[in-house]
Ligand binder design. Structure first.
Ligand code: FES
Ligand code: FES
Length: 188
């Protein structure tokens, strides 16, 4: 989507006024005009759950949902985000309980060093919001842009399958650790 012309800085030194929605909350701020969405999220809004990886669109660590589409925030200019809606990993939780994906990742050991985890969670949410009964193949396809150097992916796929079961109101298939049902972090 093109930014409205009125919002564009007229010189490289002029700051950009950026009004958009992040995790359901309207945000209106002034940022450096050359920044990416990733930089605005982390540096201006202090939403550090979205990770800074390759900056080349190759690792998936910076994934967010932008106007309903899975997007790599390192490749999106802040100026393109005027009036748009962003969901980051911090937006998964709607209250004290973990999102089913967060709980399943903890239960399955799907987060090891954790660097890929926010991007994985966001990509998996994007998938399960559309298809809570996604097959293993569909999960692997949806997460194919997210690189993980630690897990070998199996635990991640199993966690997403279990989260899908939870979202469908079905019992989990894998062993669960009772301490992960409430509280804890958001993958940041
Ligand atoms: S930091 Fe965006 S894809 Fe790697
Ligand atoms: S858990 Fe370390 S990169 Fe995925």
């Amino acid at each position: 989507m093109d930014a409205p012309l009125a919002a564009l800085p007229t010189s490289p030194r002029e700051k950009l006024r950026l009004a958009f929605t992040v995790n359901g909350e309207g945000r209106d701020l002034t940022v450096e005009p050359w920044k990416t969405l990733l930089e605005v999220l982390r540096e201006d809004l202090l939403l550090t759950g979205t990770k800074h990886g390759c900056e080349l669109g190759e690792c998936g660590a910076c994934a967010v949902i932008l106007d309903g589409e899975l997007s790599l925030s390192c490749l999106v200019a802040a100026v393109e985000c005027q009036g748009r809606e962003v969901v980051t990993v911090e937006g998964l939780r709607g209250g004290p309980d973990l999102h089913p994906l967060q709980a399943a990742f903890a239960d399955h050991g799907a987060a090891q060093c954790g660097y890929c985890t926010p991007g994985m969670l966001v990509a998996a949410k994007w998938l399960l919001d559309r298809k809570p009964d996604a097959s293993r193949e569909e999960i692997a396809e949806a997460l194919s842009g997210q690189l993980c150097r630690c897990t070998g992916y199996l635990q991640i796929y199993e966690a997403v399958e279990d989260a899908g079961r939870a979202l469908r109101g079905e019992p989990a298939a894998g062993p669960r650790l009772p301490s992960t049902r409430r509280g804890g972090g958001d993958g940041a």
